[in-house]
Design a protein around this ligand. Sequence first.
Ligand code: HEM
Length: 446
Amino acid sequence: MSERVHTPPGPPVVGNVPKLTDDPLRFFVGLQEAYGGRYPLVRLDPPVGQSFVVVLDAELVHDVLGDRDRFARPALGPEEQRRQGLLSSDGVLWEQQRSVLQPEFVGGKLSEYADITADTLSETVGDWPAEGRLDLHEELSTVTMRVITRSLFSRDTEPAQARAVHEALGQLSDEVEPSVTDVLLPESLQPGPSETFQEADAVIDGVASEFVEWHREQANPPADMITALMDAQDDPEVELSENELVDEAVLFLTGGQETTALTITYAFYWLSNHPEMRERVAAEAAAVLDGTEPAWEDLSELTYTERVVRETLRLTPAVWNVTREVRQPTTLAGTELDAEDLLFMPTYSHHRDSRIWSDPLSFRPDRWDGEVSRSEDAYFPFGSGPRICIGQQIALTEAQFTLAHVLQQYDVTVDADELDLQPSVTLRPTDPVYATITERPTPVPE
Ligand code: HEM
């Protein structure tokens, strides 16, 4: 083995496993600090299960993510493993799905989705009391789910459906032990789905099937993501089964809404810890929006809000680790890798690397005014390369709009001083996140 892979020391027999399973986030940050800059790769050899390699060099992360021929994206977590969708597919199927879906995520579609986001926010926030306490994470999950279903499936979500999906997602993630080795290893090393998992999965499947069924019943279905997939089924070049259509809807319902709801929840959390920054977002919103709902053209003017979102994704990236599997024996940074070796690229620890970021643990949105070029490689909240997140612009728009729209009307303070985070497939809070809201006085007209 090359000298450029380092196996860190640990107690004999159990290797590095206790630290890793006790607190994976701290473990990866520790690895990055101890060995980053000196070793591009670190190999971890747990006594049970597969060894894996952590990529510490940020440029190398982009090389790996840019190279689909040598490195495959394994399906992670029970939902992805059961379903064939853009998120979980590989090879020709992935290429076909990406080219069918890409047009749904560009140009005029994005401004349509922005309008839908603004309307959804107005309806939701319009129902809030002048003062009160909310389950913020649940409330935002409902918003992001409605935005996804209205934008991509042309259907609104009933409140009961949104609640059922939020609950089912909670059950699914409770099922998954908060251990990296359980969540991020391939199917063959994971326990089979339990009864609770199957019940929760059936709830989400039921909701997704209803959306697909509704499209089938329409003589002229709307030009949206499901219709694009149905049209592709008629193309003899494309292999897309009926089940895969429902699978795709499930994966967008789960992956697309949860990551975004988490990001916005974390942004409110960070702003609660920094009231002066929250006031800056509120002041920017008042100046740009002037009491109206946000529009697509406002996005580029909500500059401070954008920095807040970027900084939130740096310190609390909803997808905290990106994983790849080596297809064939190969060499990376002078190191020999075997087929099926797993590569971990922990976004969370790259985003906190003190060699890259000044004062890395502090929430400082204004760093995005100057530090960007230095940190370009080390910042990848949406991944990189051909499999970069297809929904990133939807997510960024939703996050900026939500912060601006809500904070121009309400003061929002997350109750907890600190959030306990569980690194599952996504980085989730272990407990519900409650917030206290207080309506701001309406400015007196001059
Ligand atoms: C802040 C919110 C979001 C974050 C942090 C996020 C993060 C990511 C990351 C890191 C990847 C790459 C995974 C890899 O390479 O292994 C990814 C892929 C993906 N994301 Fe997102 N995402 C977000 C929102 C969304 C939204 C709103 C949608 C859908 C509307 C979406 C749909 C997808 C899909 C389908 C893929 C797979 C793309 C492919 O493999 O071609 N994501 N996301």
